[in-house]
Design a binder for this molecule. Structure first.
Ligand code: NAD
Length: 261
């Protein structure tokens, strides 16, 4: 039977951080595309019918490993692993860095993704898809992004390494890098200065919606993305494309784009 484009029928997916924001939108998309979905999160949420929830802290390797084994035991397969759970301590410069903040951010954002790759990779038996959530701040520097941006740069590189290592087993690994997205992590901060900044600096002139990010995960999770691995896909309204303002008024001795002398 030929399935419609982007079908996830007969696929078993795990979404970490699936109780809120981008992860919640991925869950909705995957369910609508026919996947069986399990959420691993610290907190439960309001899920579509049929989705099961595992209380998992992704920084705990044993918890990630045993929850993945239980998904495989219950559903008979593990096909799609979405390593999306993350914490976002922006606004911390080097002067304010503490070992605690660094350790916690790396434990969730980096170790959590690495454990997801390790154990999903171990359990996937008919090829598979691993998709990690990076960030535009993992691609370029931002002031006071020292811990968070570094953790997301690491997620991007973990993705490349996973793509190389798991390719012989038919498992692809890709990374989606969102811009500033309308989720509780952003809108829940009173007077969050990131919002007007993103609205004015993003070429498309607005924040992204969680479902606009989930759409990229949906494509990468599907059979249609069979030749895509190691890719870093920005879904950011263009903010990583470059500066939308650049002072480049030519001096009077320039014409036709060339120096006259
Ligand atoms: N919202 C944005 O603007 C934006 C931009 C770029 C990247 N991201 C990334 O997207 C991902 C999702 O962010 P969001 O904006 O949807 O955030 P969110 O806070 O709405 O959702 C994050 C979810 O992850 C869960 N979580 C956090 N730590 C966890 C842990 N240790 N174990 C298990 N679950 C945990 C939370 O309980 C929550 O349900 C994160 O990795 C974030 O860094 C977000």
């Amino acid at each position: 039977m030929k399935l419609p484009p982007f079908s996830l029928v007969d696929r078993v997916a795990v979404v970490t951080g699936g109780s809120s924001g981008i992860g919640r939108a991925i869950v909705e998309r995957f369910v609508n595309a026919g996947a069986v979905v399990s959420v691993f999160d610290r907190c439960s949420g309001d899920f579509p019918a049929g989705v099961d929830f595992h209380e998992v802290d992704v920084s705990d390797e044993e918890a990630v490993s045993s929850a993945l084994e239980s998904v495989k035991a219950v559903y008979g397969s593990l096909d799609i692993m979405i390593n999306n759970a993350g914490i976002q301590p922006l606004g911390v410069g080097f002067a304010d860095l503490t070992a605690d903040l660094m350790n916690r951010t790396m434990a969730v954002n980096v170790n959590g993704v690495a454990f997801g790759i390790k154990h999903a990779g171990r359990l996937m038996a008919r090829g598979g898809r691993i998709i990690n959530t990076g960030s535009f701040v993992g691609l370029t520097g931002v002031p006071n992004g020292s811990v968070y941006a570094t953790s997301k740069a690491a997620v991007i590189h973990l993705t490349r390494l996973a793509a190389i290592e798991l390719a012989p087993r038919g498992i692809t690994a890709n990374c989606v890098c969102p811009g500033t997205i309308n989720t509780p992590a952003v809108t829940g901060i009173p007077d969050n200065p990131e919002i007007p900044f993103a609205e004015s600096r993003t070429p498309l002139g607005r924040l992204g919606e969680p479902d606009e990010v989930a759409a990229a995960f949906h494509f990468l999770a599907s059979a249609d993305a069979s030749y895509v691995t190691g890719a870093i896909l920005s879904v950011d309204g263009g903010i990583s494309a470059g500066w939308e303002r650049y002072e480049s008024v030519p001096p009077s001795n320039i014409s036709g784009g060339r120096w006259n002398d």
